[in-house]
Design a protein around this ligand. Structure first.
Ligand SMILES: Cc1ncc(COP(=O)(O)O)c(C=O)c1O
Length: 444
């Protein structure tokens, strides 16, 4: 069909929306008159045509874009607050009044200078407060001049990759591992090399066998995502040694290390690194709330200028309002108080989940490590389709992630990630009953 076949018509918008539902209309690309109209109005400017859909040729996009998996899809990413949702903290217990005061104070005190372009590294006061927190509670060796404020963990990985990696460089990842990291690294052009984990974390001997040309490894040593174990001291030393020998980088993601229920928190890998191989990343998404979109990177001093260049090229700098509020939140002790309260709330929620699993799911699953973090992973019997179980749970108001979506390679164990952070104990117990019902239907 050519453009001459289309003759402009006019019609009221509400009529148009009804009439043009399910109708295919050829759009005029770049039409200067209609380009900014809402879609329904734009459609209404042209007469109806043959509704046979003609598959549009796939627009030419980069190899990197095509390497990024489309599951879970970006549009599914605004997470409803329902039991077992993975990645959400206790938003019902967030100290909103104290936070609102900090934000309002920042807003009122803003000067014209603070409305201008700001430091790409982030607000000094926030970097000082984060450095202090990381030294005291995570044994990270750092000063404020090593800290870059970024909009979350994936951005941290993109900036690290832009600084340290060539397109097509091989990057080792834990198998299973964090799909957000897989996505960010693939989008940066990396070739992912899956390396298995066991009870001690990443299997460093396998990493060594996978070849000398691996340029970096992404790890979650404090709380392996998704299986939950802590990397042992001997593995940590072996990994640091491997990185130094191979001139490779370690991308350490310390995403939810604040919450540990059985023993004293284990320090960060970065604190054991005497040879500046570790790029340490953290986030406020779990300790506070995901919509804050504040994360940080601790950069070895020798790489600081290079990281600053990449960070500046990435998105100039972070909005300053929340940075200022967050600095005050940390300085005034609200953050430490919040973490203390959350540790006991999460312990109660985790225990409710474990009780419910024992009561309602019995021998239908086995629980992997539950010592830390905001979710528990359970293993299902071989042969069970965990994506199908997750979909059926979703239809009954319970949101889980299938363990199989955490793998890069073809061998995938079935299981489910059950978030316990965002729901009260009573709702978690109820959700375990639903899970038990769904699993019983599945194995019947
Ligand atoms: C392993 C891991 N790292 C980091 C994050 C947080 O990412 P962000 O800082 O982008 O919110 C998550 C969220 O679920 C995660 O599971």
């Amino acid at each position: 069909m050519n453009q001459a076949d289309l003759s402009p018509v006019t019609a009221p918008v509400d009529l148009v929306e009804q009439e043009f539902e399910n109708t295919f209309v050829q759009e005029l690309p770049g039409d200067p008159v209609t380009a900014n109209y809402p879609r329904a109005v734009r459609n209404a400017c042209y007469t109806r045509v043959d509704p046979t859909p003609v598959p549009a040729p796939r627009p030419r996009t980069s190899l990197r874009e095509r390497a990024v998996p489309n599951q879970p899809s970006p549009t599914s990413w605004s997470l409803p607050i329902v039991p077992f949702q993975v990645g959400l903290p206790a938003l019902d217990l967030f100290p909103h009044a104290a936070w609102a005061k900090s934000v309002a104070r920042q807003l009122r005190a803003e000067t014209p200078e603070q409305l201008a372009y700001s430091d790409p590294a982030g607000l000094r006061a926030l970097r000082v407060a984060i450095a202090e927190h990381l030294r005291a509670s995570r044994a990270v060796r750092c000063v404020a001049d090593q800290i870059l404020i970024v909009p979350g963990s994936q951005a941290a990985l993109r900036i690290a990759a832009a600084t340290l990696l060539e397109p097509n460089d091989r990057v080792a990842v834990e198998e299973p591992g964090y799909f957000g990291a897989h996505r960010a690294l693939r989008a940066a052009g990396a070739q992912l090399v899956p390396v298995p984990v066991d009870a001690e974390g990443l299997h460093v001997a396998t990493l060594q066998r996978r070849g000398a040309n691996i340029r970096a490894v992404y790890v979650t040593p404090s709380h392996q995502y998704p299986l939950g174990m802590t990397m042992s001291a001997s593995r940590r030393f072996a990994l640091l040694d491997w990185a130094a020998r191979n001139d490779a980088w370690i991308l350490e993601d310390d995403y939810d290390s604040e919450f540990r229920y059985v023993s004293r928190p284990v320090g960060a890998l970065q604190g054991m690194d005497a040879r500046d191989r570790v790029i340490y990343t953290g986030t406020f998404s779990k300790a506070l709330f995901p919509a804050v979109r504040v994360g940080y990177v601790v950069v070895p001093p020798t790489l600081w200028t290079r990281f600053m260049q990449s960070r500046f090229a990435f998105d100039l700098f972070m909005p300053t309002l929340y940075q200022g509020a967050l600095a005050e939140f940390l300085e005034e002790g609200h953050f430490a108080r919040h973490l203390r309260r959350m540790r006991s709330a999460y312990l109660e929620r985790r225990d409710a989940l474990l009780r419910g699993l024992a009561r309602h799911c019995g021998d239908l699953l086995s629980v992997s490590n539950s010592d830390a973090g905001l979710h528990v992973t359970v293993m299902l019997r071989d042969g069970i389709d965990d994506q199908d179980v997750a979909a059926r749970l979703g239809r009954r108001g319970v949101a889980t992630l299938a363990l199989s979506s955490s793998y890069v390679g073809p061998t995938r164990r079935p299981g489910l990630l059950l978030g316990f952070g965002c729901a009260e104990p009573r709702r978690l117990l109820e959700a375990t009953r639903v899970l038990g019902d769904v699993l019983t239907e599945t194995v019947r």
